[in-house]
Design a protein around this ligand. Sequence first.
Ligand SMILES: Nc1ncnc2c1ncn2[C@@H]1O[C@H](COP(=O)(O)OP(=O)(O)OP(=O)(O)O)[C@@H](O)[C@H]1O
Ligand SMILES: [Mg+2]
Length: 596
Amino acid sequence: MSIRRLPEQLVNRIAAGEVVERPASALKELVENAIDAGAARIVVRLEGGGTDLIEVTDDGCGMAPEEMALALERHATSKLPNDAIEAVTTLGFRGEALPSIASVARLTLESRVRAADGWSRVVDNGRLEGEGPAALPPGTRVRVERLFEKVPARRKFLRTPRAEYGACLDVVKRLAMARPDIAFSLEHDGRRVLSVAGGETQPERVAALTDKALAENSVGIDLEREGLVLGGVASLPTFNRGIADHQYLFVNGRPVKDRLLAGAVRGAYAELLARDRHAVVALFLDVPVEAVDVNVHPAKTEVRFRDPSLVRGLIVSGLRRALDAEGFRSVQRPSDAALAMWTAEPTRHPRESGDPAYPWAGEGSGIPAFAGMTRVGDRRPAFFAPPPQARAEPAYTPPPETAHFPLGVARGQVAKTYIVAEAEDGLVIVDQHAAHERLVLERMRAGLAGKGVPSQALLLPEVIELEEPACDRLEARLPELAELGLELERFGPKAMLVRSVPGPLGQSDVAGLITDLADELAAYDEALSLKERIDHVAATMACHGSVRAGRILSVAEMNALLREMEATPHSGQCNHGRPTWVKLAHGDIEKLFGRR
Ligand SMILES: Nc1ncnc2c1ncn2[C@@H]1O[C@H](COP(=O)(O)OP(=O)(O)OP(=O)(O)O)[C@@H](O)[C@H]1O
Ligand SMILES: [Mg+2]
C-alpha cells in the first residue's frame, strides 16, 4: 500500500463534506464572509431552497483580482493576520469555505474594491472555468449554482426545497439577529421573505425576527459575572413551543447551536415547563476571547468554554432571576386571536345567512330566528332549558381599590372550572385546576427544600389493588414517596395500603393518585430520584387533589386560591406551561363592545 498526497481538488471535496452539508451551510459561510467584509447591507437570493441558486451580495470591502484567486484556494484567509487563532474576532478563520463550496457546485465570485474595477472568477466543481472583468458596485457577489449536482451521494440527502429553504431562512435570521447594525434581505424564488433595516438595536432586531407576541410575553435578561455578560430576552414559561428551534443563542456575536447552552436554558426552565415544551429565547453571551475556543467544529456552530460551569451557572441564574422577578405573571392579555373569539351575537338574520351553525333555520324551515335558542328537535322554548353551568355570587365585596390584589376579588365560577374575578384594571379568569396543580407543585418544592412535605393521615387507611409490577415499582420508592408526604405499605402481592397523603393536596382521590403514580414510575429511569422528577410527580399528585375542574368552590375558597397564587412564584403557568389565568383589561372589554 503506498501513501500519497491527495490532489487539492479532492482535499477540498473532503473538506466540503464537513463544511457544506446542505444549501443552508453554504449560505451561512457566504453571509458570514459578507459580515466579516464589513458590509452594511447584505442581499440574499435563493432559488429552489438554495439547491438551484444561492446568491449573496454585499457592499463590504471587496477583493482585488489576485486576492480573489487566493480566496478560492484552500487555507487562504485574510482573517488571522498574527496567526493568533485564540484571539479571532471574525466569524471565519479557517480559510476553507469558498474552496469547499466551489468543489461541489458552480461558483461565480465577483468582487470590486473601491476606486478600482470589478473582476469575476468562475469555478465549476473545483475547475477554474474562466475569469475576466465584471461590472458591479463596490463589494462582493457570490453565486452558487446547482449545489451537489455532481455529488449524487450528497444530493440524495437533500430534503425538499421547502425544507432546505426553511433551513436557509433560519441561518439568515440567526446571523441577522447577531448583527442588528447590518441591513439584511432575503428573497426565495422571487419572493421577498425577510427584510430588516440596518442600524437597529438588539431588542428591535429580535422583535423584528421572532414572534410578534414575544415582546409582550418575555423578560429582559441582563447579568454580569466574572467578566461574562449575558443579555437578551427569554419567554415567560407560558409562552412556549413544541420544538426548541425558537432558541437563538449567540456567543460573542456568533450564532451557535451549543449543547451546553441549550442544556442550561432547559435547566433554567426545568420546573416551569413540561419536558416536551421549549422556551423561546434570544440570548447573547459575551465573554473574553480567551474564555472560549471557537475552533472546535468545522461549521463553527459549536464552541468550547474554558469554564463551562461558570457559563451554565450564569445562564441558569440569569434566566431564573428574571423569571422569578416576574413572579406570578402569566401571559397578561389574551392574544388578538383569543379576543376575536369573544364574538358578539350575530346581527345577521340566521335565515338569510345560511349559517351552518343554524341548520334548522335554513331556507323554508319556517322556524323563526330565535329558534336557534333550542336544539334541533327540541320543541321546548329556551327558557325551559337547564340553566347554564355557572354560579354567581352577589357582588357584596366592593371592587378592589388598590393594586394589592393583582388577581382581584372572586365574583363567581363558570362551568365549575373557571374562577371569574374582578381586578382593579380588568376581568381575570383563572383555570382553577391548572392553578391548583401549580400551587401544589410549588408547596411540594418548598416542603422538600425545608422540613419536608407534611403528610395528612387518612381516617381509614385505604387498600388499592394494582398489578404486581406496579406494586413492585411503588415499593421500591417507599422512602422517597414518604418524603413527599405519601405513606404506603405493601399489602400482599397485588395491593398497596395507603396511610397518608401529601398535605398540599387537600382531600384527594387516593385510588386515582396511586394508580397514576405507579404508571408514571414505569416511565422513569430508575437511576433518577423522584426529587429530580418532582415537577411530574407533583403534577400527577395535584391532578388528584382537591381543586379539580368540575368542583364547585365557595367564594372564600376561590379568594384563598387567588391570594395564594399571588404569593407563589411561577403560579402564572401550570406545570405544562399553559397559563393559569388570563386578564381581559378594561380597555379590551371596551374594544369588544365597540366603545373604542
Ligand atoms: N464577501 C467577501 N468580501 C470580501 N472578502 C471576502 C469575501 N468572501 C471571502 N473573502 C475573502 O476570502 C477569504 C477566504 O474566504 P473563506 O470563507 O474561504 O475563508 P475564511 O472566511 O477566511 O475562513 P472560513 O473558512 O472559516 O470561512 C477570506 O479570508 C476573505 O479575505
Ligand atoms: Mg468564510
